[in-house]
Design a protein around this ligand. Structure first.
Ligand code: ASP
Length: 460
């Protein structure tokens, strides 16, 4: 019996341990930051030789399996869905949900920032100070934006010329397109010929899942280290001038989860939002501590299939797509930040322009890479579009990490809600298939059964 992401094998449940790691890391980090200061020798030493390496190893354990996991899950997902019309329908439904939920989030962000107007609460002198303090970091982000090719080429580039190069560059959209085509082609050859490849892909997926399990066992320490690293060095003094802006972003993110996504879960998916969030919390904590949707994908897949009971053919197909295309939190953050900086620089935007900001926030969120700060270069391109100084991004960079952690958590929440929505509307899953607590608390058994259920096991 495969072990759900709930139990660490002995004593305390794994997600409790991970949450504990989050709290311990945050408390220790804030404490040393406030007493010794982020630049203190001891803090620098701990970050360089202990917290930094531990956090990095955890991140890399997750990143190292993203490419094989995406390839195996999508190819198997498509093959498991069987006929290509069904693949098209499921894909269309998923992308429709991604766009609609992201637009909802961006609109909420625009309303919040227009009502609170945090940009008007920041005086010119403070804005100038922040700009100078983060000017160096900002100019490298602006340079990155200049080399960002966003537009029709984004679509062309999805059709990778070389999947191996896409894998090397962690170009997920390229790998996703390749895997979709690969999976589709698998359904078009004879069953006899397809069989060895399907077994190979299933074995690959099983191995990767074992690595996810190992990484998750390490997660409590990795999470502690990552959170300590951020909080011990964080410029808490920046929270004062930027407090209103940070509150608007975090407040709107919370409203999106607690109201928008919860209503969708309750009424369109038919599941209790509370139960849903409890079941996916290992993925939420991973997202919060890594600030990366891509790094969270292995955990997200694991909780979707094991803790929610969503069939692998749907989860393996929708989640990888969502981790790079569905970014509710990012679009919300982008909308707020564009208007906030417009307010700081006194650039007035009319309603029509606001709608364009909303559309751009949605499109760039689809295009943003699921890595820490992945949306910043695209955000810069929106600023330029509206005549807001690109270097103005410096004003928010000091608080971006904390916002990145928060928006990534909402991005992952959105991805998982999309997966549940698609599974529900495809009639292959419903709330009654969520494993009960007792089922989830199956003790760890070191057996040789490979792990997750196979695509073919999905209820029809
Ligand atoms: N860090 C975000 C993610 O991985 C992307 C971003 O908004 O920068 O989902």
């Amino acid at each position: 019996m495969a072990e759900p992401i709930a139990h660490s094998g002995k004593g305390m449940k794994l997600h409790t341990k991970i949450l504990l790691g989050l709290v311990v890391g945050a408390v220790l980090g804030i404490a040393v930051n406030q007493t010794l200061g982020g630049d203190h020798e001891a803090v620098v030493f701990v970050n360089k030789y202990i917290a930094g390496p531990v956090g990095q190893i955890f991140l890399r354990l997750l990143f190292m399996i993203v490419i094989p996991l995406v390839f195996a899950s999508i190819a198997l997902g498509v093959a498991g869905l069987g006929d290509l019309r069904r693949v098209g329908r499921v894909g269309g439904k998923a992308i429709g949900y991604f766009l609609a939920s992201t637009a909802l989030a961006a609109t909420l962000g625009l309303i919040a920032v227009s009502v609170v107007r945090p940009g008007e609460q920041i005086d010119r002198v403070t804005a100038e100070q922040l700009r100078t303090e983060f000017a160096g970091d900002a100019s490298s982000r602006v340079e990155a934006a200049a080399s960002t090719d966003f537009g029709v080429n984004t679509i062309v580039n999805m059709f990778t010329r070389n999947p191996v190069k896409s894998a090397v560059d962690l170009d997920l959209l390229g790998i996703i397109t390749f895997s979709l085509i690969f999976g589709a082609a698998l359904t078009l050859i004879t069953a006899e010929r397809a069989k060895p490849m399907l077994s190979w892909l299933e074995a690959l997926q099983d191995v990767v899942i074992k690595i996810v399990e190992m990484a998750m066992r390490f997660a409590p320490y990795g999470v502690t280290a990552l959170i300590f690293g951020v909080t011990s060095r964080f410029g808490f003094h920046l929270l004062k001038p930027l407090g209103a802006y940070v509150m608007v972003v975090i407040g709107a993110l919370l409203i999106h989860v607690l109201v928008n996504l919860s209503l969708i879960l309750r009424f369109l998916v038919g599941v209790s939002p509370f139960l849903f969030y409890r079941r996916i919390r290992a993925a939420l904590v991973t997202a919060f501590s890594t600030s990366s949707s891509s790094a969270t994908l292995p955990t997200a897949l694991s909780v979707a299939e094991r803790n929610l009971g969503i069939p692998p053919s749907i989860a393996g197909f929708v989640l990888p797509l969502g981790s790079t295309m569905c970014m509710n939190g990012t679009a919300l953050f982008e909308g707020i930040t564009v208007i906030f900086l417009a307010q700081v620089f006194g650039v007035a935007l009319n309603l029509g322009q606001m709608v364009v900001v909303m559309v751009m926030a949605v499109l760039t969120a689809v295009g943003a890479a699921g890595v820490p700060g992945g949306s910043i270069p695209l955000l810069v391109t929106i600023l330029v579009m509206f005549g807001i100084p690109a270097e103005g991004i410096a004003i928010i960079l000091g608080v971006d990490r904390i916002l990145d952690m928060s928006r990534t958590t909402v991005n992952v929440c959105g991805d998982l809600s999309a997966t549940a929505f698609v599974a529900r509307t495809e009639r292959v899953w419903n709330a009654s298939m969520i494993p009960s607590n007792e089922e989830m608390a199956v003790p760890h058994v070191l057996d040789d059964s490979p792990g997750w259920p196979k695509a073919a096991d999905a209820p029809k």
